[in-house]
Design a protein around this ligand. Sequence first.
Ligand SMILES: CCCCCCCCCCCCCC(=O)SCCNC(=O)CCNC(=O)[C@H](O)C(C)(C)COP(=O)(O)OP(=O)(O)OC[C@H]1O[C@@H](n2cnc3c(N)ncnc32)[C@H](O)[C@@H]1OP(=O)(O)O
Ligand SMILES: CCCCCCCC/C=C\CCCCCCCC(=O)OC[C@@H](O)COP(=O)(O)O
Length: 271
Amino acid sequence: MDGLWMIALLLLIPLLLWTSSTFVFYFKKCFYVAWMMLLALFAIPLCILKSGGRDVENMRIIRGLVRHVKYFLGLRFDVSGWEHLQTEGPYVIISNHQSSLDVLGLMEILPDRCTMIAKKELIYAGTVGLVCWLGGIVFINRKKTNDAKNVMADAAKTMLDDQIRLWVFPEGTRNQRGGLLPFKKGAFHLAVQAQVPIIPIVFSSYSNFYLRKEKQFNSGTIRLKILPKIDTKGMTSDDISSLSDKSFNLMRSAFHSISDSVTQSNGPSRH
Ligand SMILES: CCCCCCCCCCCCCC(=O)SCCNC(=O)CCNC(=O)[C@H](O)C(C)(C)COP(=O)(O)OP(=O)(O)OC[C@H]1O[C@@H](n2cnc3c(N)ncnc32)[C@H](O)[C@@H]1OP(=O)(O)O
Ligand SMILES: CCCCCCCC/C=C\CCCCCCCC(=O)OC[C@@H](O)COP(=O)(O)O
């Protein structure tokens, strides 16, 4: 009889753990980091074999390797506005930034020859940091505004010389408090300096499946809305504020409209 109780208990513990949403939260988070680290370990030799070092073309390999990760985490992406990405030549993509999970949506729609602007601390993230470097990510020091501006001015030249597209998170940091944080100006200076269009992309709110404070990480659908490009031809540094305000307003209203529809289709949102 004792043995039977023991077996029942041994079966019950994993079941209890599995059904505990806190356990699922930590499990999915740890899995995500560990799996991305492992994928990056695979990506490193592939990138080096393909291009011999740091090259935006490596993003094709990274994109291909990351695309299945959503299935493990129970996430779906519902993308609209694909036609707006059919723009020739270089452009700047701007999007809102809620979590490191954004990388999954980014890789879902990443155009060819597109890399990112990221904080310099990311380069120290082990194998992931090395892969970011190999993928041509431009690292900026957010604490030294002048250095960051110089790096971004160089990036504007490289974009044109090497026909590269850049993805910038204009909020400058992650934000899960709903809505969008006020935009920093770097992305807009970049687009105006290079005289290339801006393509805004909005991720719907994660708050209906991912709640950091409440330790919940359920399955869910993320809507990605690609908005029409905004031309910057003929603009100068005097136009930066209005360009930033216009982009912010367009993205904020898109965020609210796609987040409301996600909330309705996935059940009530818990804020
Ligand atoms: C297998 C494994 C796969 C792994 C894959 C991994 C994928 C990884 C994905 C990675 C995802 C990683 C995601 C991440 O890491 S997100 C974090 C990093 N990204 C950013 O921070 C980008 C956005 N930041 C900015 O744009 C900021 O503006 C910077 C940092 C540049 C300055 O910050 P600051 O706090 O100072 O902000 P401010 O905007 O109020 O500017 C102040 C003044 O400077 C003027 N100014 C600004 N910029 C320029 C310029 N360029 N030329 C000339 N002037 C410029 C501006 O007009 C203003 O002047 P005024 O107008 O008031 O007179
Ligand atoms: C040996 C070092 C171990 C370091 C562990 C870090 C592991 C990260 C590993 C896997 C996650 C995969 C995706 C990584 C991309 C993360 C991009 C990101 O979201 O960076 C945060 C930055 O946008 C804003 O940062 P802050 O909100 O200002 O802070």
